[in-house]
Design a protein around this ligand. Structure first.
Ligand SMILES: *[C@@H]1O[C@H](CO)[C@@H](O)[C@H](O)[C@H]1NC(C)=O
Ligand SMILES: *[C@@H]1O[C@H](CO)[C@@H](O)[C@H](O)[C@H]1NC(C)=O
Ligand SMILES: *[C@@H]1O[C@H](CO)[C@@H](O)[C@H](O)[C@H]1NC(C)=O
Ligand SMILES: *[C@@H]1O[C@H](CO)[C@@H](O)[C@H](O)[C@H]1NC(C)=O
Ligand SMILES: *[C@@H]1O[C@H](CO)[C@@H](O)[C@H](O)[C@H]1NC(C)=O
Ligand SMILES: *[C@@H]1O[C@H](CO)[C@@H](O)[C@H](O)[C@H]1NC(C)=O
Length: 541
């Protein structure tokens, strides 16, 4: 069925002697791509027009109440987050307006009483400013100045001799706030900080971000290469032993390979740790559903028990494994990644709206433990038909499934991924559209389930960009010339090395076994939309 894709893939491998390229060569776009690309641009411009009308200068639009919120410190998150997408879509007037707005942002303090999240501010504001600076050919030095302003504030998150930064800072007083963090927050800073270093010549930024990642990679993990989710910046130790590719851990793994690619470093610790994590996931976390043979990566909890769960957030893994598999020139990883992409897409295809849920679960031959309730009769009936069942039914405009679909198209050239993206565009137009922008969904499996007054800037930064680029000339923002940050802001990458990682790129097992340490509980994470809803802890037996 995917013979065209496989052919493209083998051709790509033939040319990989010189550089570890990610994209298939000579991808042909069908005629329909032009109309689909225009349809995505239309959704973007309608969404942004509503933002301008009801929320301009604030962080986010509330499409149902025709109002705004300031959950990202009131610096105009949507404007900064949308800038790279505007540039890519060629929306020059909107881009210039956004550059002008950004040049007036006051990063000396939060515009709301909130503390500032180091992670969210890095990926959205710092990433958005630097990407816009690069995409516009460095024509607007003010974008770099603003990036430096934020970067200098974020540098206060490293307290004393700690390798790992605190999670939050009060900008007005430069005071770090939260002493516990997680590996996603502490390990998703390298691409942005090293790009800031590249353009300012100040090595401190890159050094700060890199010492945090090196520290995490050097700790004994619950499973080889698979760092635990919680970390205490003060002790430098893991908090608990929860392993997941989902929220709270996700982009630490994502950035291991992306940093290796963006920097072309000869220090193989990053690519090798990534491969060790992938290898260990194949051996320990990979599960096949008893219905439909869908392939998922399970979670592994503090009591070293597999949880048969998945999430929209975690579905970035297919795209990330495709990227890393190509960079390591490892077809095994690429093949598994394509199956992971299919299984995540299946969580869209099986729902009444054609849009995927926030969280789901499945059953494999080794059981059905989720850490929460056993599947209900309704869930089992749904599972029997689809090979997954829904455990959190909302859609809050997350990108990951369509992000991985974009990677799959660029890696294989197989038009089935264009069909999937087109299906998502149709569902968005049918189910998310309001008189004032696009909203989220309460229940992806109920066409009358109602809308969420949603307000996340990643709709503009990520969903719109990945969809648009899926239908665009594959040489525009090629995966062989740019590395996307976790908020989909592309950074200019040097030409690829022949291969990434060392020849024996799986690291030897640690000398000391992993030990669960008691520590401070994880920080209150509920307001952080990048993190999943807390998973109920099973009763102690
Ligand atoms: C979204 O809106 C809710 C209230 O409607 C608010 O609590 C939350 O902070 C907002 N999130 C962002 C990112 O603005
Ligand atoms: C530039 O931004 C400032 C402050 O946000 C605003 O007052 C001004 O009207 C903007 N100019 C243009 C041309 O958009
Ligand atoms: C480099 O950046 C760090 C972190 O903000 C700052 O403390 C330092 O003064 C900067 N160095 C130079 C030479 O500007
Ligand atoms: C790695 O951890 C060991 C202790 O387990 C320590 O001795 C060593 O200095 C660490 N290396 C780095 C680069 O942090
Ligand atoms: C590719 O990766 C898989 C999974 O880690 C590993 O088992 C295999 O040995 C690797 N293949 C090569 C050629 O390195
Ligand atoms: C779920 O797991 C429990 C405990 O192992 C088992 O008794 C039950 O039959 C399983 N249910 C399904 C639908 O597999």
């Amino acid at each position: 069925m995917i013979s065209a894709g496989r052919l493209a893939l083998s051709l790509a491998f033939a040319s990989s002697a010189l550089a570890a390229n990610i994209q298939a060569p000579n991808i042909r776009l069908p005629r329909s791509a032009t109309a689909n690309r225009a349809a995505v641009e239309q959704i973007f411009t309608e969404s942004y027009a509503a933002y301008k009308k009801f929320a301009f200068g604030h962080d986010d639009l509330l499409p149902l109440s025709q109002s705004f919120t300031d959950g990202r410190n009131g610096w105009g998150a949507t404007i900064v987050d949308a800038m790279s997408t505007m540039h890519i879509m060629g929306l020059d007037d909107l881009f210039l307006e956004a550059v002008n707005f950004s040049s007036h942002i006051d990063f000396s303090k939060s515009q709301t009483p909130d503390t500032v999240s180091v992670f969210e501010t890095t990926i959205r504001y710092l990433g958005g400013l630097l990407s816009a600076f690069e995409l516009s050919g460095q024509k607007f030095p003010i974008l770099l100045e603003k990036a430096k302003e934020v970067g200098d504030k974020l540098a206060f998150a490293w307290v004393g001799s700690n390798d790992v930064p605190f999670g939050e800072i009060v900008f007005a007083t430069n005071t770090p706030q939260i002493a516990t963090s997680n590996i996603a927050e502490a390990g998703t800073l390298t691409l942005e900080f090293e790009t800031l270093t590249k353009h300012t010549g100040n090595q401190t930024y890159a050094d700060l971000a890199l010492k945090s990642v090196r520290h995490i990679a050097n700790l004994t993990a619950p499973l080889p290469g698979l760092a635990a989710q919680g970390i205490d910046p003060t002790s430098g130790e893991f908090v608990g032993g929860y392993v997941t590719w989902g929220g709270g851990s996700d982009s630490y793994f994502e950035y291991l390979i992306k940093h290796a690619r963006l920097s072309n470093t000869n220090d193989n610790i990053f690519a090798d740790t990534w491969h060790t994590a992938v290898d260990s996931s194949i051996k320990n976390l990979l599960r096949t559903s008893t219905v439909g043979n869908h392939l998922y990566l399970a979670d592994f909890d503090d009591s070293r028990t597999i949880r048969h769960i998945g999430s929209h957030l975690a579905c970035f893994y297919g795209g990330n494994w495709l990227m890393g598999g190509r960079l390591l020139n490892n077809q095994t990883i690429v093949d598994i990644a394509l199956q992971l992409v299919d299984a995540c897409w299946n969580t869209y295809a099986g729902d009444a709206t054609g849009i995927g849920p926030e969280a789901f679960a499945y059953i494999s031959t080794d059981g059905n433990f989720t850490g929460g309730d056993s599947p209900s009769a309704d869930q089992l009936a749904f599972y029997a038909e689809h090979g997954y069942y829904i455990t959190a039914s909302d859609y809050i405009q997350r990108p990951e499934v369509l992000e991985s679909n974009f990677y799959a198209f660029r890696v294989t050239g197989d038009s089935k991924y264009l069909d999937r993206a087109a299906s998502a565009v149709a569902s968005f137009n049918k189910f998310l559209k309001t008189d004032s922008g696009f909203a989220g969904l309460n229940d992806v499996n109920n066409v009358n389930g109602g809308l969420i007054d949603d307000n996340e800037s990643f709709w503009f930064a990520e969903v719109m960009k990945y969809l648009y680029l899926t239908f665009d000339d594959p040489n525009h923002i090629s995966l062989d010339s740019f590395v996307f940050n976790t908020e989909a802001h592309p950074f200019v990458a040097p030409p690829a090395k022949p291969v990434y990682g060392s020849p024996q790129s799986i690291l030897p097992p640690p000398t000391k076994p992993f030990q669960l340490k008691k520590g401070a509980p994880l920080p209150a994470i509920s307001p952080n939309p990048r993190l999943p809803k807390p998973i109920p802890v099973p009763p102690q037996s």
